[in-house]
Design a binder for this molecule. Structure first.
Ligand SMILES: Nc1ncnc2c1ncn2[C@@H]1O[C@H](COP(=O)(O)OP(=O)(O)OP(=O)(O)O)[C@@H](O)[C@H]1O
Length: 260
């Protein structure tokens, strides 16, 4: 197993795959025979209703959960339990509401992984400033605690934290779900720009079809642990795989300010 090591440039984008993966939680079926691959450098949106299995896909890719059957690969190699730390150092993970530690300043949150990796304070400061520029976050915000930040600022810091060690991939689970519509719209633009500037493999979970289409060329629609359609936004709209896809796109398009 040879995941790229954290301090070895250049940073390679990851390719990921789930092959014939099944996952249950206490008898509840979360994924049923799912096969998906994600090309290095691509941006994919996982969409679907609540409980469809979207977050489970991300957790399996990070080795936070393990499949009952089937295999999960990253950088072309099967995940191994004794190599998970190396994997997680190579993959940025951003969750809804950021998951920042409240007792640490923004900079303290950003410094956690780099300190663990043995970075000097100056290197951490420089990287934080570089990412603040990328995320368009004023530098003085870095000295504040999460409770002193707006929701949008918290999400920017969470994204920066995911990027500190320059991972080869970013997995984002409803990164904008907790934001009001105006901030969400602004951050959608910012994230799209950041994804294209960084050229990393990005997998983003969202309930929102329009947001998915904005971020990604490829949309994977899940329902009850199955992939029901995998394609472009236009394919889902113009060539829905079944009545569920039609109903899903129609329901979202019918919302005020929705996809269409
Ligand atoms: N730790 C767990 N224990 C028990 N059941 C779980 C656990 N994690 C997920 N599940 C179940 O697995 C199924 C898939 O969950 P998952 O979180 O992947 O869905 P999701 O599509 O991300 O949903 P949401 O959009 O609501 O976050 C659901 O039925 C969920 O209740």
């Amino acid at each position: 197993m040879s995941f790229p090591q954290p301090d070895q440039p250049p940073r390679h984008a990851a390719d990921f795959a789930l092959r014939e993966v099944t996952k249950h939680y206490n008898g509840v079926s979360a994924l049923k025979d799912v096969s998906l691959s994600f090309a290095a450098g691509s941006t994919t949106a996982l969409i679907g209703g609540s409980g469809a299995g979207k977050s489970t896909v991300l957790r399996l890719l990070l080795g936070l959960d393990w499949p009952d059957t089937g295999t999960v690969t990253a950088w072309g190699e099967a995940l191994q339990r004794d190599r998970l730390l190396a994997l997680r150092q190579r993959v940025g993970y951003v969750i809804q509401e950021g998951g920042l530690f409240p007792h640490l300043t923004a900079l303290g949150n950003l410094a956690l992984q780099p300190r663990y990796l043995g970075w000097e304070a100056e290197r951490i400061r420089q990287r934080a400033h570089e990412l603040a520029e990328l995320a368009r976050l004023p530098i003085d915000v870095l000295t504040r605690y999460p409770a002193e930040l707006s929701g949008g600022q918290r999400q920017r810091v969470a994204l920066m934290r995911g990027l500190m060690a320059d991972p080869g991939a970013l997995l984002l689970d409803e990164p904008l779900g907790a934001l009001d519509p105006i901030v969400r719209h602004e951050l959608q633009d910012e994230l799209k720009r950041i994804f294209s500037e960084l050229g990393k493999t990005v997998i983003v979970v969202t309930h929102d079809l329009a947001e998915a289409a904005w971020f990604a060329d490829r949309l994977v629609l899940l329902r009850d642990g199955h992939v029901v359609q995998d394609g472009r936004y236009e394919d889902l709209l113009d060539r829905p795989a079944d009545d569920f896809v039609r109903a899903f796109t129609h329901a979202q398009r019918a919302l005020p300010g929705g996809a269409a």
